[in-house]
Design a protein around this ligand. Structure first.
Ligand code: UTP
Length: 308
């Protein structure tokens, strides 16, 4: 069977199926957040009172995803534990009359159907996504990076799923960044389609600013037809010696249409220290139970530091 025949079948088979599954890669080494990540996964960094990956899972559930595959490693057992039942604690909370807290813990364990797949070696994001192949099967699926919080207001995942339902094509989240920052991201050249949608014409991983085809950066959310697994399997290590998802997407572009869903704010790369700090401040300010007091603290600090 030729490649193009396989593609047509694969795309056609998945086209009729709704997007039900999500893959959350969380097996990276987190070297930008050392020394914290020596013993604790960066996906477990607290943003106010819950770990980063909980925000990511809640976003997926909010967008209608039912089945979530988390890619972990032997160092990341605390992620599994966080979403498991903790009966002793639930009983103790009930006994102390803290039923709401006990209920909260039970709800956390029931958030979605979670499955854990190990990536034995951190060989790159493309490789991590590839380890979910058997579980995803012949269905379209979304990928949410486990250290990337996307604010609800940005509506990115829901917008991408709507775009898929309309066009039956893979979709990637794209955000405009300053030209000098583009070398930190996958970069897309694209033609406008409608509203926030563009059609991607080419992709390049971490280009030098002078070589970048645009300032549209690939940002933390992807929706793929299962054809991507065939392309990942053929992808060799690229930038940084890792199997890059961008390289697999370049091959995908030869076979299928790829759309971009554009957005301008609301993304926090919590694997990066400065963005993590911003996430904590923004999320704390939005909290009903903390926001008021925290705003006052920030205002006092701003005055003391002559920031306003
Ligand atoms: P990152 O590139 O941000 O993760 O990948 P990293 O490699 O841990 O980062 P640094 O540069 O060393 O700090 C984005 C997401 O993909 C996962 C990460 O856990 C993160 O959630 N990932 C990355 C994997 O699951 N496996 C990999 O081999 C690489």
């Amino acid at each position: 069977m030729t490649n193009s025949t396989t593609t047509t079948n694969s795309a056609a088979n998945s086209a009729a199926k709704p997007v039900r599954k999500a893959v959350i890669p969380a097996a990276g080494l987190g070297t930008r957040f050392l020394p914290f990540t020596k013993a604790v996964p960066k996906e477990m960094l607290p943003v106010v009172d819950r770990p980063v990956i909980q925000y990511v899972i809640e976003e997926a559930v909010d967008a209608g995803i039912e089945d979530i595959i988390i890619i972990t490693s032997r160092y990341k057992k605390s992620i599994e534990d966080h979403f498991d039942r903790l009966l002793e604690l639930e009983d103790q909370l009930e006994a102390k009359g803290k039923s709401d807290e006990a209920k909260g813990l039970r709800q956390l364990a029931d958030l979605a159907q979670l499955h854990f797949v190990r990536q034995g070696e951190a060989l790159g994001l493309g490789h991590a996504i590839g380890t979910a192949r058997n579980h995803v099967g012949d269905e379209p699926f979304v990928v949410l990076l486990g250290d990337d919080i996307m604010h609800r207001k940005a509506g990115v995942l829901k917008g991408m799923i709507d775009a898929y339902n309309q066009h039956q094509s893979s979709v990637v989240a794209l955000m405009e960044v300053p030209q000098n920052d583009i070398s930190a991201y996958g970069c897309a050249a694209a033609n406008p389609m409608a509203d926030r949608l563009v059609e991607v014409t080419s992709l390049v991983e971490k280009p030098a600013p002078e070589d970048a085809p645009s300032n549209l950066a690939v940002m933390g959310r992807y929706l793929f037809t299962p054809t991507i697994f065939e392309e990942i399997a053929k992808t060799n290590p690229g930038v940084g010696g890792e199997i890059q998802i961008t390289d697999a997407m370049v091959s995908l572009l030869d076979r299928e249409k790829l759309l971009g869903f554009t957005f301008s704010e609301g993304r926090f790369d919590t694997g990066k220290k400065i963005d993590y700090l911003r996430a904590v401040v923004e999320m704390a300010l939005e909290r009903d139970d903390l926001g008021h007091e925290f705003r006052q603290i920030l205002s006092d600090i701003a005055k003391r530091e002559n920031l306003c």
